[in-house]
Design a protein around this ligand. Structure first.
Ligand code: TPP
Ligand code: MG
Length: 604
């Protein structure tokens, strides 16, 4: 009993409240009941008085179960965790942030989720909107008339319901919109006054099953018949894999499509696993720019099928370099439904011959069905082509300095006999460093190029993978990790095992490359590129920052022969349920041989 009085931790860090007393019902209880009906197990949050009503309802009305709270040390982490969870599950998780100030902290992470087209349910609060009910000062500065305006340009939809009776609709609509492709974050802001309003007769709970997201947008059958014929007759078809589902069956359908066409497949390093990268039809390893093998495939393609490619026009341009694009382009995408006038994340307008406004999954299934009717091809596609040879990773022998490919080699060696998930690659990563054999082997990048998202997103992914036996591995640049470092605490607190490997070049190295590039272009000394970029002294003690939050800190590993044994030790700790952070001193450098385009254009 004593334990319960103090508040209790159950396995997996569940904080169990005392049984609730009191018989009244409040506006926020109505919101909490609807939230529970969505059947989402977690809500990540950082607290604030603007939603003390909802907070109380989640703890005392719902008992902190279904959903369970995950306390975060920064709003960015709360959003990042929901984002990472969606990358694995394909479903929206919830986050709650405080009034305008918490929402301001959340913005970059929201932008990442938006650009990554990941569903996410963000809740917040404001007010009381009734000025007569505001406390002096604090309620005034934390009340904004149009809270959604802060984030409207990179959320799919937002609302501020004007009565308790309107809460259910706002919550249900938010989920429906977030989980409809193109997916993305939605925001519902609850007025403090309404949350804290006594409710004499709570409204009946709507039947949540009737407010689900719609079935995926399917292609028109006549168009599919034409496209199937075009693809079937193609001599050198290419498929660009973009934002596709991480579902196993959808993966198999994509493999089936590529195999029945003999199409070469190009994947995207910024997106999660879409196709087996060791398959003979995988054109070439992905890079942060289009790699040479992919350029060759696109230059010679007669038909290109783009399945929600993230940057169709950019990819075509990188391949053709201004020459006319004679291949027929088929674009399968619903992304334009989300485009607005503020964010240019829709990227360059692509030339397209056949535009199918449908989602990749039903389109691939329909194409497979249609192609089966057409029978086998008469001649093999891509006559004479040899599959690309995988590049050997560097040897781990010796005690010399460590490079990022060494880190990949050691991680591959340490996980050779098991399933793992690379939840996040650093900027210095390349597709050749990590084979993708199933959709959860690799989750892609942060979405919006917002540095600092790596730790939070990785923890969200690890939460979704907890108990599956698959090892979550997050490889972060030191700059990325240090911006998001306090996300670690949430993983430790709620027993979310994960391995972090920090490729520490003591620099925002990507931007050193920019300074070098510019200095050379301007005839100025490139040697000065390190100033305002390198984190030289005081030395950042990353293992200590991990230990300071209850995680295990390993390293700094600076010699090659220490790398594999340290990773093995750290992995054993993660298998025992721990959060482990391995700090690895790496040589600066982005090694991506065969990448088309200047190295200095990796990121902003
Ligand atoms: C929030 C944010 N701030 C700054 C940048 C600019 N930026 C892009 S990459 C980068 C460096 C990241 O450093 P690190 O993670 O250590 O990777 P490295 O470049 O050293 O490999 C910076 C500062 C950004 N994209 N996002
Ligand atoms: Mg760095």
């Amino acid at each position: 009993m004593d334990e319960i009085v103090k508040g209790r931790n159950e396995p997996a860090g569940i904080e169990v409240p005392l049984p609730s007393t009191g018989t009244g019902r409040w506006g926020s209880d109505v919101a909490a009941d609807v939230i529970r009906s969505l059947d989402i197990p977690f809500v990540a949050l950082n607290p604030g008085a603007s939603y003390r009503g909802l907070h109380d309802s989640l703890v005392n009305h719902l008992g902190n179960r279904a959903p369970q709270m995950l306390l975060c040390l920064h709003e960015e982490h709360a959003i990042g965790i929901a984002h990472g969870w969606a990358k694995v599950t394909g479903r929206a998780m919830m986050a709650i942030v405080h009034s305008n100030v918490g929402l301001m902290h959340a913005t970059m992470a929201l932008f990442n989720a938006w650009c990554d087209r990941m569903p996410l349910l963000l809740y917040g609060a404001t007010g009381p909107m009734d000025a007569a009910k505001r406390r002096p000062w604090i309620d005034w500065i934390h009340t904004s008339k149009d809270m959604g305006a802060l984030i409207r340009h990179y959320t799919k939809w937002d609302d501020q319901p004007n009565s308790v009776a309107a809460f259910p609709e706002a919550i249900l609509r938010g989920r429906q919109i977030a989980e409809t492709a193109p997916r993305g974050p939605t925001y519902v802001c609850f007025d403090v006054g309404l949350q804290e309003q006594k409710v004499e007769k709570p409204p009946a709970l709507p039947d949540v099953a009737r407010y689900k997201p719609p079935a995926p947008a399917a292609p028109p059958p006549d168009l599919i018949a034409d496209i199937a014929q075009l693809l079937h007759a193609a001599e050198r078809p290419v498929i660009l894999m973009g934002r596709v589902s991480c579902d196993e069956n959808a993966w198999k359908e994509r493999v089936r499509l590529a195999e029945s066409l003999g199409a070469l497949v190009i994947t995207d390093l910024k997106l999660g696993g879409a196709f087996p990268t060791e398959h003979p039809l995988h054109a070439a390893p992905a890079g942060s720019r289009l790699t040479a093998g992919s350029v060759e495939a696109l230059k010679n393609a007669d038909v290109v099928l783009s399945l929600e490619a993230r940057d169709l026009a950019g990819v075509l341009q990188a391949a053709h370099k201004g020459a006319p694009i004679t291949s027929k382009i088929i674009r399968v995408a619903v992304d334009q439904h989300i485009h607005n006038g503020w964010s240019m994340d829709y990227l360059q307008l692509a030339p397209v011959d056949h535009y199918i406004l449908a989602e990749p999954e039903p389109t691939v299934t329909a194409l497979n069905r249609e192609l089966a009717k057409l029978g086998p091809r008469k001649t093999a596609a891509w006559p004479g082509r040899m599959p690309h040879k995988p590049k050997a990773l560097p040897s781990l022998d010796g005690s010399g300095p460590i490079t990022v490919p060494h880190v990949a080699a050691a991680l591959q060696r340490a996980t050779a006999d098991r399933k793992s998930c690379l939840t996040h690659p650093p900027l210095s990563w390349a597709g050749s460093l990590w084979p993708i054999r199933d959709p959860l082997d690799f989750l892609g990048a942060d979405g919006g190029g917002g540095v600092g998202g790596g730790p939070g997103q990785s923890i969200g992914a690890a939460l979704a993978l907890r108990g599956t036996g698959r090892l979550p591995i997050s490889v972060c640049g030191d700059g990325d990790f240090l911006m998001g470092v306090t996300a670690i605490w949430t993983a430790v607190r709620y027993e979310i095992p994960i391995l972090f490997v920090i490729v520490n070049n003591r620099s925002y190295y990507n931007d050193e490359l920019h300074q070098e590039h510019l200095a050379i272009a301007r005839g100025r000394p490139p040697e000065n590129k390190w100033i305002g970029q390198q984190m030289l002294g005081p030395e950042l003690d990353i293992p200590m920052l991990a230990r300071g939050q209850g995680a295990l800190g390993f390293g700094q590993v600076a010699a090659l022969d220490e790398l594999l044994p340290t990773l093995q030790q750290a992995i054993a700790a993660v298998d025992a349920g721990k959060v482990a952070v391995v700090d690895v001193r790496v040589e600066p450098g982005y090694s991506e041989p065969g990448t088309a385009g200047a190295a200095a254009s990796h990121s902003s």
